[in-house]
Unconditional design. Structure first.
Length: 250
């Protein structure tokens, strides 16, 4: 664990990679277009160049597999294109093409069920929230839109709460909800209460550890500095190879 700015080689590699990255490719990325739609009055280089920075942050450490959600798929594929372009232009194999690895739940929707979960969309569940705050957010979650009444059978396959159950709830409970929802044996309110309880149970160890770290900020900084030192050892080696490949002083 470390802070990105503690490894200045990230920005150096970002600059070098930006020289082999076509601007048109960046502006064609669906994630860029979506951000422009959401914030048309705040389109800057940081927004355009983010995929290049992300690429640098991945390949600097010789990463070959990256666990990401499907929404980041275009960015990772673009990262692979940048690596291929760099290696081809400079006749090298210094940089590694990262492969995407998805989990069983490749995309987590927000509590509104419309966008991916994120703080900028205000449709997230804060990991550091209190159990009651978490419960309140869960109770706001959108369920099967076709299920208007408690007696209406539901469809767990289109319910975001059920998707989250599959991540945080015991397998037997997931199986029960899958059956009972379809025959209206369980209502959406009860389903969300069950999920909130299971989510809080899963987050309890994290919250306890976070609280302990909050009481010892010096330890947090020690961890971050140690992580940065380990990362820079790899980063400096990679940048030495990159500089040699492009003809810069090592």
């Amino acid at each position: 664990m470390f802070v990105q700015s503690h490894v200045p080689e990230v920005m150096e590699l970002h600059t070098i990679l930006s020289m082999v990255t076509p601007l048109g490719k960046l502006t064609d990325l669906p994630t860029f277009k979506e951000k422009v739609r959401l914030q048309p009055n705040n389109v800057n280089y940081g927004l355009v160049g983010y995929p290049v920075l992300m690429t640098a942050d991945i390949v600097l450490y010789k990463t070959d597999v990256v666990p990401v959600g499907v929404d980041q798929g275009p960015h990772l594929e673009f990262a692979r294109e940048i690596v291929r372009s760099f290696n081809y232009r400079y006749s090298t194999s210094v940089l590694i093409e990262p492969q995407m690895k998805n989990t069983e739940i490749p995309k987590v929707l927000g509590i509104d069920g419309k966008e991916k979960m994120g703080k900028s969309n205000n449709n997230h569940i804060e990991l550091a929230a209190t159990p009651e705050e978490t419960r309140q957010r869960v109770m706001q979650m959108v369920t099967d839109p076709a299920r208007m009444k408690r007696t209406d059978p539901g469809n767990p396959d289109v319910c975001n709460v059920f998707t989250m159950h599959k991540v945080f709830s015991p397998a037997d409970e997931v199986a029960m909800i899958n059956v009972e929802c379809r025959r209206a044996g369980i209502g959406c309110v009860d389903c969300k209460k069950r999920f909130a309880a299971n989510l809080n149970a899963n987050l309890e160890p994290f919250r306890e550890k976070r609280a302990a770290l909050a009481e010892d900020p010096a330890k947090v900084w020690d961890i971050l500095h140690e992580g940065a030192d380990r990362a820079r050892t790899i980063a400096q080696q990679t940048m030495g190879e990159v500089r040699e490949a492009v003809g810069l002083p090592k």
